[in-house]
Design a protein around this ligand. Sequence first.
Ligand code: 13P
Length: 340
Amino acid sequence: MSAAELEATAKAMVAKGKGILAIDESTPTIKKRFDTINTESTEESRRTYRDLLITAPGGNEFISGMILFDETIRQSSADGTPFPKAMIDAGMMPGIKVDTGAKDMAGHPGEKITEGLDGLRDRLAEYKSLGAKFAKWRAVITIGDNIPSMACIKANANALARYAALCQEAGIVPMVEPEVLMDANNTIERCYEVTELTLKTLYSELKDQDVAIEHTILKTNMVISGKKCSVQADVQTVADMTVKCLLNNVPAEVPGIVFLSGGQSAELATAHLNAMNATNKDLPWPLSFSYGRALQEPCLNAWAGKTENVEAATKALLHREKCNSLACNGDYDEKMESSA
Ligand code: 13P
């Protein structure tokens, strides 16, 4: 893929009013999700569920691409069409999760380092042949007593930069994802500080390793109060502090920024994105979504593993996709939730 194609892919990922659906849960993670709806996680039940998410009619109006898991990129729709082809036929780009998970970091209790660089060049070549246009690598930064350490932030940023360079070499757009976790008891100010340090370190590593920043997409956390913090910042504060942190630390050449939901409720994740876009009309990059749970949860619950619920589940998914698409332009209204 030429530089022009990488640029076109990155731009299309964050086209106006469009975002990315993350359906790249690893096998253990999707099992946890299926446990909540008392559904057994088998290769076929996972295929059936992902089929529903991928082929929801009209989803392409709101969704530019989806992040798949290794198993899913090799699976097919009920009519036998391989999932990547079904997506491309509908005008959506297949993406692929290529890290192999966040593991305990040696010598750093409570911290994680993401693995998956070994053999990545060959895996990327195969994913490219299967239709992947972009890839994702998630680094996890944990807030706690005396953590994160600089060692953890640096090691994760270094791995993200090495992964991004390999992606660009393979003609795949890297979606670099440093996720500062949201579930501790920290204040929003502490989240700001840690997110700032993480982003600064990331962009310094990307630069050192000659990654073309203009051919990357940033997927990041919002700046938000930890879930267990007794003071929860309101929607506008989250929006303002997130935008401020991004403006101070993300180069203007980045073609787009998408957010993970990180355990926020579906409606709150939409409200936060909407507030950012409603109050900031001249940002250097589009701000969009790449949610997993915040797009899927209502759909998963409506489906509950039953064929007869596919229609209701599809409706629930499309509703969330539409709300978030509107939030990309600051046009979402909470009232849309009650009329759904
Ligand atoms: P959540 O939106 O559920 O946090 O997941 C997004 C994602 O892809 C995390 O890597």
